[in-house]
Design a protein around this ligand. Structure first.
Ligand SMILES: *Cc1c(COP(=O)(O)O)cnc(C)c1O
Ligand code: SF4
Length: 474
């Protein structure tokens, strides 16, 4: 069967000028200057030595995951102490005030800390993701709440979300190697902050047993996402236990271990042999049972990828461990075509397949990080075609209210003036409408005034749903 339209030239045509004995190359376009292939230029300098506190840290020390964990910063006072004399006192005061208003607790690895350009901290894409500053915070959208994805409402057992027919999300624990400002699970992940008292999801054997029992009792469940919290924070033995238990269930065909780790502490892939060996054993057991076990990770910016990352990922590649990436689209981090393209090309270069780019969820306290649905649509258009199709991510909206992930382009209606889009999710819940809201500060002053008026809010929402209903065939 040919998929080539009749009017297009055959892909197999022979160029009229080519003769079998003609070994001359006829360039159709000139080769690019290799220095412009920035995605393949991965830094291998000792960048951490720029931070006064790490100036004497050797390469061997810096790639030791135990050193990284031990020096991970978890108190704002410690961060301020590490950075003082390196950044201005005004900036530090701004950080301090930012933490008091933040829904997420602080946890930042020396690796990430030293990749931040502290000479220009306000615009740095890594600073923006991990260190809040009070002066840049914006009020939340009026329709925004904690756990906007209804993960808890769809949980038959605490920490097990069964929303889709054949797959479920298992949260074995509630800690991560770092804490991201934008975390969708700020309702559970991390320790309590001034702003949020967390739901507890400890790594408790009884809770895990209940989750396993539920998974085994549902023949339709084939696919388990082990997330958290973060798989990096499971001990090797725990990782093995979860993997072996799930693989032993005849209904389970696929497991993904989700971890931010490779993006924020790649050292573990190089020096935590017990953990990497446990992961390898689960992958190999899966292979023996003809089941799919992969890693899902979470890079958001090309600066997160260094020579240490490349070496760590090469180790997984050598063991035949497949890695996919899920990014979160964030304003000032990866919301330009140039940055997103560089991220995707660089991920491809280190053998990570870009899978999803999430339009930022409606998360409390991070309105400065969100951008419009339209931004995602524009990025997708410009990125598709720059590299292999399997390395081109799908841009998705995780529909607030539990609709699940929807292709960003699949909205039933999008009112760009008022920043409201309507999605449906027939495979998850027939007949239901799911609404996504663009951040108010990117709308016109008139639209912002409308959202400030509860009656106008009601009118905007009912109008959007009516328009969506009109488009859907019965
Ligand atoms: C994202 C997610 C999954 C996995 O979805 P995919 O589209 O297959 O990656 C499963 N369950 C829940 C609750 C999720 O949020
Ligand atoms: S690593 Fe993932 S789960 Fe952990 S804080 Fe960041 S976004 Fe949340």
């Amino acid at each position: 069967m040919s998929t080539t339209p009749a009017s297009a030239p055959s892909p197999h045509r022979v160029l009229p000028t080519a003769r079998p004995d003609d070994d001359e190359i006829r360039p159709l376009k000139p080769p690019v200057d290799p220095t412009t292939l920035v995605h393949a230029q991965i830094r291998r300098d000792e960048f951490w030595r720029n931070i006064p506190a790490y100036a004497d840290v050797s390469y061997e020390q810096f790639i030791d995951h135990a050193w990284q964990s031990k020096h991970t910063i978890t108190r704002p006072e410690k961060l301020i102490e590490t950075l003082k004399d390196h950044v201005s006192p005004e900036f530090l005061a701004d950080v301090n005030a930012g933490f008091h208003k933040a829904p997420m607790s602080l946890r930042i690895s020396p690796y990430i800390l030293s990749l931040i350009d502290w000479r220009e901290p306000y615009g740095d894409p890594l600073r923006i993701q991990f260190v809040p500053v009070a002066s840049r915070l914006l009020p939340d959208h009026p329709k925004l709440g904690l756990d906007s994805l209804h993960e808890q409402a769809d949980a038959p057992v605490p920490g097990l979300t069964h929303r889709y027919p054949d797959k479920a999300l298992f949260l074995p624990l509630d800690t991560c190697p770092v804490y991201c400002r934008f975390c969708t699970r700020s309702y559970a992940v991390g320790v309590d902050t001034d702003e949020v008292e967390k739901v507890q999801l400890k790594a408790k054997p009884e809770r895990w047993q209940r989750a396993f029992k539920y998974i085994a009792s549902r023949p339709e469940l084939e696919d388990i996402v082990v997330s958290g919290g973060d798989t990096y924070n499971l001990r090797a033995q725990q990782l093995l236990e979860i993997g072996e238990t799930l693989l032993a269930m005849p209904n389970i065909r696929r497991i993904r271990f989700a971890t931010k780790g490779p993006a924020v502490m790649p050292q573990k892939l190089l020096t935590d042999d017990a953990w990497v060996d446990a992961l390898t054993r689960v992958v190999e057991l899966g292979r023996k049972l003809h089941k799919d076990v992969v890693v899902h990770t979470h890079f958001n910016h090309p600066n997160e990828i260094t020579g240490i990352t490349h070496d760590g990922l090469n180790r997984l590649q050598e063991r035949g461990i497949f890695v996919r990436n899920q990014s979160v689209l964030q304003r000032g981090v990866n919301d330009t075509v140039e940055t997103m393209r560089l991220l995707i090309k660089r991920l491809g270069h280190v053998n990570v397949h870009p899978y999803y780019v999430y339009v930022h969820d409606l998360v409390q306290g991070v309105e400065d990080l969100r951008t419009t649905l339209d931004t995602a649509l524009v990025l997708e258009k410009h990125i598709r075609g720059s590299t292999a199709g399997f390395n081109t991510p799908t841009f998705v909206v995780d529909a607030p209210g539990g609709g699940g992930k929807r292709d960003a382009h699949s909205f039933e209606h999008y009112d760009r003036d008022n920043g409201i889009s309507v999605f449906t999710s027939p495979a998850v819940k027939e007949g239901q409408f799911y609404l996504y809201y663009d951040p108010l500060h990117l709308l016109s002053p008139e639209a912002q005034a409308r959202w400030a008026d509860p009656q106008e809010q009601y009118r905007i929402i009912t109008n959007a749903i009516e328009r969506a209903k009109g488009k859907i065939r019965p």
